[in-house]
Each structure stands twice: as structure tokens, then as C-alpha cells.
Design a protein around this ligand. Structure first.
Ligand code: HEC
Ligand code: HEC
Ligand code: HEC
Ligand code: HEC
Ligand code: HEC
Ligand code: HEC
Ligand code: HEC
Ligand code: HEC
Ligand code: HEC
Ligand code: HEC
Length: 323
């Protein structure tokens, strides 16, 4: 595979697509785009032999693994390794003095981007990635929570890995947990969405690139729409509605996980009593004056014994959510 790629390596630097990414940082490229290929690359400090130059010193397996990813596909004209593209330097910037020999004791000039010692900012580095990925990112990335928090694409993405962990259902959460420890604890609770088992993951509900569509960077416009995607049976409309259900599932459920069955924020009757007043029918059952009733109902399912259809009922004679 490497051999094919190396054969394809021709330093024709006229392709303008990468111009965007590079031009953000390296002005000479955009000025020089119409000039003859080799002199341009020399002027901009790009290596004449592209990846071959780099691989002469960097032939580690974990670096080479990039050739097994979509980025390494030479047959896709948009990738860094397509003929005429800048290869390693499409991301790392022009090699320039970094690639040369150095005297004993002399320190090597760092690569401009994605390298220890590089002075590039997060914005500059993100611009390189975003320059080729405008389509996938849409308009959402700019202004998203992660973008405004100054997070880097490469804090989530590992482009050298054969399989980018954040794109895999089994490994994504671990990447997110490096920053979101509170959420890790929630998914460890006794009742939780099955992220731990890899049958779903964070991006089943969230779009980490886009916060504009919905509060909480959800994939769907509202929290309830997000839940209906998989729990359509609660969408309604119901003949007998329970007002909070169509309003916001998270009034009763913790979307990540909880220590109460069914991911409830509290157990009934406390859950129910957080909205239904102490006075009148319901709580008469749970005052000091009716301890016996209370015990029976708490043990055996509490309010749900009689109000079994807590999400709403379509039964003709099911008012008060009773059947
Ligand atoms: C002559 C050998 C040589 C060549 C050619 C070379 N490098 Fe390096 N590179 C090194 C060495 C050695 C280091 C380790 C850092 C140091 O010694 O300063 C390094 C470090 C790096 C790093 C930073 C590693 C880190 O841990 O952050 C990156 C990225 C990098 N090189 C990319 C490239 C790319 C891309 C090319 C081709 C344009 C290239 N190198 C060409 C020798 C070379
Ligand atoms: C699609 C963009 C992209 C391309 C193409 C690319 N790299 Fe990288 N490279 C990165 C990023 C991102 C990092 C990690 C930076 C970080 O974690 O902060 C990295 C890290 C490195 C490192 C240091 C990490 C380590 O584990 O030692 C080296 C060396 C390196 N790249 C060399 C290369 C070489 C050689 C090529 C060409 C064969 C290449 N890169 C192509 C984006 C790229
Ligand atoms: C020269 C253009 C270019 C640059 C620069 C570039 N990419 Fe890509 N990237 C591509 C193309 C093309 C694909 C393949 C897209 C496809 O298959 O639809 C791709 C694929 C990806 C994928 C999907 C990989 C997979 O396994 O499915 C991710 C994630 C990604 N790029 C992230 C990044 C990040 C992060 C950076 C910056 C470090 C970056 N890209 C820089 C062109 C680029
Ligand atoms: C907070 C973590 C995070 C950050 C930061 C992030 N991404 Fe992603 N990215 C993801 C996740 C998770 C997915 C998978 C989404 C899915 O499966 O629906 C993804 C998917 C992608 C894909 C599509 C891969 C495919 O196969 O469809 C590309 C391309 C990509 N990201 C590029 C970028 C670029 C470029 C940046 C920076 C501008 C960036 N990402 C920043 C987490 C992140
Ligand atoms: C490098 C650190 C970092 C990583 C990795 C990271 N995040 Fe974040 N994320 C943040 C910061 C900082 C915030 C803003 C403060 C907060 O809400 O905790 C944030 C906020 C969020 C929010 C709330 C967004 C909103 O609109 O209110 C969600 C959802 C989120 N992240 C999901 C993810 C997912 C999913 C992943 C993994 C694919 C991930 N994050 C990876 C740092 C990170
Ligand atoms: C079943 C859907 C679902 C899954 C899976 C999911 N989340 Fe969430 N997440 C939500 C909902 C709903 C909210 C609340 C959004 C709101 O505030 O409107 C939320 C909120 C958040 C917030 C913001 C918390 C705050 O207090 O503002 C972060 C951060 C977050 N999720 C991270 C993650 C991470 C990391 C993962 C994966 C480990 C994940 N989520 C998986 C549905 C989900
Ligand atoms: C991507 C699909 C998906 C989305 C979106 C989703 N869920 Fe789930 N939900 C599941 C799966 C899968 C289970 C586990 C079912 C099982 O274990 O049998 C589950 C379980 C549950 C349970 C516990 C069921 C039980 O038997 O204890 C509750 C409650 C729940 N989800 C509520 C929600 C809420 C509220 C939302 C919106 C914030 C939501 N779900 C979004 C897939 C989803
Ligand atoms: C008023 C509180 C309340 C609201 C609001 C609510 N639920 Fe529930 N939900 C419950 C209770 C209580 C249970 C436990 C029922 C039981 O044990 O029989 C439950 C159980 C569940 C279950 C697992 C059991 C089953 O019947 O499959 C799912 C899934 C679920 N709810 C999803 C949702 C979704 C989706 C929404 C929003 C559309 C929602 N809930 C809104 C109180 C609520
Ligand atoms: C977030 C607040 C909230 C929670 C929690 C809540 N409810 Fe309600 N409930 C309401 C509202 C609002 C109404 C509508 C009141 C009205 O129309 O006057 C309602 C109505 C009802 C009704 C009357 C329905 C009808 O057809 O008239 C019953 C029965 C009921 N709730 C039972 C429960 C039970 C049982 C629980 C606990 C599992 C519960 N509620 C939890 C807010 C809540
Ligand atoms: C033994 C069965 C039973 C139990 C247990 C029970 N209820 Fe009821 N509930 C009823 C019946 C029957 C009605 C209808 C009364 C009526 O129409 O006058 C009702 C009516 C209601 C109403 C509607 C009141 C109105 O004014 O329309 C609410 C709200 C309610 N219950 C909440 C609760 C809550 C909260 C609990 C647990 C703390 C609970 N119920 C436990 C049987 C029960």
C-alpha cells in the first residue's frame, strides 16, 4: 500500500482545495498558486519529496497507520495523499528547516503544526482541519460549545490511528470522559442508558460539532424529540395526557443515568409529590394520619398502583392515567 502511495506522489502543487487550509496560515502559498510547481514548493518551504521526506525519519508504525485511514486514500482527490496534494504537510505545514540535517547539540526546528514545540494556536490548527471539512461540519461548528470553549479537533480525533476511537461506538465515550468525568459517573449508575455496553454512545444523542440546533447540543431540536427517536411509543397524542410528559421527559428521567429504576430522578411517591400537592386525595395517602395506606402503596408501587399509565393513556375509560 505504501508503495502505491509513494508512486502517486508527484509534487504538483496547483490544486487549490488545500490552498484554503494552507493559506490561512501560510500566505506565500496563496500568492504563489499560479507559479511553477517546484519553485513554489521550495519558496513555501514544502518538501520536494513530500511524505518520502518525512518517512525517511518517521517510519514508525503508528505514524504510517494513517495510510490505512480515509485520509490515506490516494484515489480520493480530496485527501491529503491524493496526487498533487501536500501529504503530511497538508496538516503539519511546510517542513522547511525541520527536515534538514542538524549539527550535534543543535535543536531541530519544530514542525509548524500539530507538533510538540509548535507555536500554532488551537484556532490555527482547527482551521487546517475545518478547511477541508466545511461540508461535514456545516455551519454548526463555529459558535458551538466546544469551539467557543477553545477545544481542538484533535482533542477528540486521532487521525493517525487506523481506527479513530471517537468514531467507534465502543470507544467514543472514553474520549469524551477525558473532559466529562461527571457524565462518566452518571453512566456508571445502577440504571443508565447502555453506553457502557456499546449498544449506544454519546453521539446517539449529541452532536459535539453543533450546539445551534438544540439546547445541550442534542441531535434533535428538542429534548423530547431526541427521546422519541428511540421511544416513539411515548410520543402521543394521548386521549388522557399527563402534562409533564409532552413537556419534558427530563422532569422525571435523568437522560444519562440514575440510582432509581427507569432512570427516574426520584422514586415515586416522592417523584409524584414533587408536583402534586400535599393536600387533597393523593397525599392523604401519605400523611402521618394514613400510615397504613402509605406503606401498602409505597411497597407495592406507590401511586403507580392506581395511576399505571403515567405517560398517558388511550384507554376509553382511562382518565386519571389509570389504565
Ligand atoms: C532528518 C530527519 C527528519 C525529517 C526529514 C523529518 N523529521 Fe520530523 N522529527 C524528527 C525528529 C528527530 C523529531 C523529534 C523532535 C526533535 O528531535 O526535535 C521530529 C519531530 C516531529 C514532529 C513532532 C513530534 C512530537 O512528538 O510532537 C512532527 C509532527 C514531525 N516531526 C513531522 C514531520 C514531518 C511532517 C516531516 C516531513 C515534512 C518530518 N517530520 C521530517 C526528524 C525528522
Ligand atoms: C490529516 C492530518 C495529518 C496528516 C495528513 C498527517 N498528520 Fe501527523 N499528526 C496529525 C495530528 C493531528 C497529530 C497529533 C497532534 C496532537 O495530538 O496534538 C499528528 C502527530 C504526528 C507526529 C507526532 C506524534 C507521535 O506519536 O509521534 C508525527 C511524528 C507525525 N504526525 C508525522 C506525520 C507524518 C510523517 C505524516 C505523513 C506520512 C503525517 N504526520 C501526516 C495530523 C496529520
Ligand atoms: C487536505 C484535506 C484534509 C485535511 C487537511 C484534513 N482532512 Fe480529514 N478527511 C479529508 C477527506 C477527503 C476525508 C474522507 C472523507 C470522506 O470519506 O467522506 C477525511 C476524513 C476525515 C475523518 C473521517 C475518518 C474516518 O475514519 O471515517 C475525520 C474524523 C477527519 N477527516 C478529521 C480531520 C481532522 C481532525 C483534521 C485536522 C487534523 C483533518 N481531518 C484534516 C480531508 C482532509
Ligand atoms: C468534542 C469532540 C469533537 C471535536 C472537538 C470535534 N469532533 Fe469531529 N466528531 C466527533 C464525533 C463524536 C464524531 C462522530 C459523530 C457521529 O458518529 O455522528 C465526529 C465526526 C467527525 C467527522 C465525520 C466522520 C464521518 O465518518 O462522518 C469529521 C470529518 C470530523 N468529525 C471532523 C472534525 C473537525 C474538522 C473538527 C474540528 C473543527 C472536529 N471534528 C472536532 C467529535 C468531535
Ligand atoms: C478536551 C475536553 C473535551 C472533550 C474531549 C469533550 N468535551 Fe464536551 N465539553 C467540553 C467543555 C469545556 C464544555 C463546556 C463546559 C461543560 O458543559 O462542561 C463541553 C460541553 C459539552 C456539552 C454541553 C453542550 C451544550 O450545548 O450545553 C456536551 C453535550 C458535550 N460537551 C459532549 C461531548 C461529547 C459527546 C464528547 C465526546 C465525543 C465531548 N464532549 C468531548 C470539553 C470537552
Ligand atoms: C439518551 C441520550 C443521551 C446520551 C446517550 C448522552 N446524553 Fe448527554 N445529555 C442528554 C440530554 C437530554 C441532556 C440535557 C440537555 C439539556 O440540557 O437540554 C444531556 C446533557 C449533557 C451535557 C451537559 C450537562 C450539563 O449539565 O449542562 C453533557 C456535558 C453531556 N450530556 C455529555 C454526554 C456524554 C459525554 C455522553 C456519552 C458518554 C452523553 N452525554 C450521552 C442526552 C444524552
Ligand atoms: C438512540 C436511542 C435512544 C435514545 C435517543 C433514547 N433512548 Fe432511552 N433507551 C434506549 C435503550 C437502548 C435503552 C435500554 C433498553 C433496555 O435495556 O431494554 C433505553 C432505556 C431507557 C429507559 C429505561 C427503561 C427501563 O426499562 O428501565 C428510560 C427511562 C429511557 N430510556 C428514557 C429515555 C429518555 C428520557 C430519552 C431522551 C432524553 C431517551 N431515553 C433517549 C435507547 C434510547
Ligand atoms: C411524570 C413523570 C414522567 C415523565 C414526565 C416521563 N416519564 Fe417515563 N417513566 C416514569 C415512571 C414513573 C416510570 C416507571 C414506570 C413503571 O415502573 O412502571 C417511567 C418509565 C419509563 C420507561 C421504561 C418503562 C417503559 O414503560 O417502557 C421509558 C422508556 C420512559 N419512561 C420514557 C419516557 C420518555 C421518552 C418520556 C418523555 C416523552 C418520559 N418517559 C416522561 C415517569 C415519567
Ligand atoms: C413535573 C411535575 C409532575 C410530576 C413529577 C408528576 N405530575 Fe402528574 N400532573 C402534572 C400536571 C401539570 C398535571 C395536570 C394537572 C391539571 O391538568 O390540573 C398532572 C396530572 C396528573 C393526574 C391527573 C390526570 C388527569 O387525567 O386528570 C394524575 C393521576 C397524575 N398527574 C399522576 C401523577 C403520578 C402518579 C406521578 C408520579 C409518577 C406524577 N403525576 C408526577 C405534573 C406532574
Ligand atoms: C388506591 C388507588 C390510588 C392511589 C394509590 C393513588 N391514587 Fe391518585 N387517584 C385515584 C383515583 C381513583 C382518582 C380519581 C379520583 C376522582 O376522580 O375523584 C385519583 C386522582 C388523582 C389525581 C387527580 C386529582 C384531580 O383533582 O383530578 C392526581 C393528581 C392523583 N390521583 C395523584 C396521585 C399521586 C401523586 C399518588 C401517589 C402519591 C396517587 N394519586 C395515589 C386513585 C389512587
Amino acid at each position: 500500500m505504501l508503495d502505491t502511495i509513494k508512486k502517486n506522489v508527484k509534487k504538483v502543487m496547483a490544486w487549490t482545495g488545500v490552498g484554503f487550509a494552507a493559506a490561512v496560515l501560510i500566505a506565500p502559498v496563496s500568492h504563489a498558486q499560479t507559479r511553477e510547481a517546484d519553485s513554489e514548493s521550495a519558496e513555501a518551504g514544502y518538501s520536494r519529496r513530500g511524505a518520502d521526506t518525512c518517512l525517511a525519519c518517521h517510519d514508525d508504525r503508528h505514524i504510517n497507520a494513517i495510510f490505512l485511514t480515509p485520509h490515506g486514500n490516494p484515489n480520493d482527490a480530496r485527501t491529503p495523499f491524493a496526487p498533487g496534494q501536500l501529504q503530511c504537510e497538508a496538516c503539519h505545514g511546510p517542513g522547511g528547516a525541520h527536515t534538514g540535517r542538524r549539527d550535534r547539540g543543535e535543536s531541530r526546528v519544530p514542525m509548524p503544526l500539530f507538533a510538540k514545540g509548535s507555536s500554532a494556536s488551537v484556532e490555527e490548527q482547527n482551521a487546517v482541519c475545518a478547511g477541508c471539512h466545511t461540508q461535514q461540519l456545516g455551519h454548526g461548528w463555529f459558535g458551538s460549545v466546544h469551539e467557543t470553549e477553545g477545544r481542538a479537533c484533535v482533542e477528540c480525533h486521532n487521525v493517525h490511528a487506523e481506527q479513530d476511537p471517537v468514531l467507534s461506538r465502543n470507544n467514543q465515550a472514553e474520549v469524551c470522559y477525558t473532559c466529562h468525568q461527571e457524565q462518566e459517573a452518571q453512566f456508571e449508575k445502577a440504571y443508565a442508558h447502555p453506553v457502557r455496553f456499546g449498544s449506544m454512545t454519546c453521539s446517539s444523542c449529541h452532536n459535539p460539532h453543533d450546539s445551534a440546533a438544540a439546547e445541550g447540543s442534542l441531535n434533535r431540536v428538542t429534548l423530547n424529540q431526541q427521546c422519541y427517536e428511540c421511544h416513539a411509543e411515548f410520543r402521543g397524542p394521548f386521549v388522557w395526557e399527563h402534562a409533564p410528559v409532552s413537556e419534558d421527559c427530563s422532569l422525571c428521567h435523568d437522560p444519562h443515568g440514575s440510582n432509581h429504576p427507569a432512570l427516574l430522578v426520584k422514586r415515586p411517591p416522592l417523584l409524584c409529590q414533587s408536583c402534586h400537592s400535599q393536600a387533597g386525595h393523593p397525599s392523604v395517602l401519605y400523611t402521618e394520619r394514613s400510615v397504613e395506606n402509605a406503606n401498602i402503596n409505597v411497597v407495592a408501587g406507590s401511586c403507580l398502583n392506581c395511576h399505571a399509565q403515567v405517560h398517558g393513556s388511550n384507554h376509553p375509560s382511562g382518565p386519571k392515567l389509570s389504565r
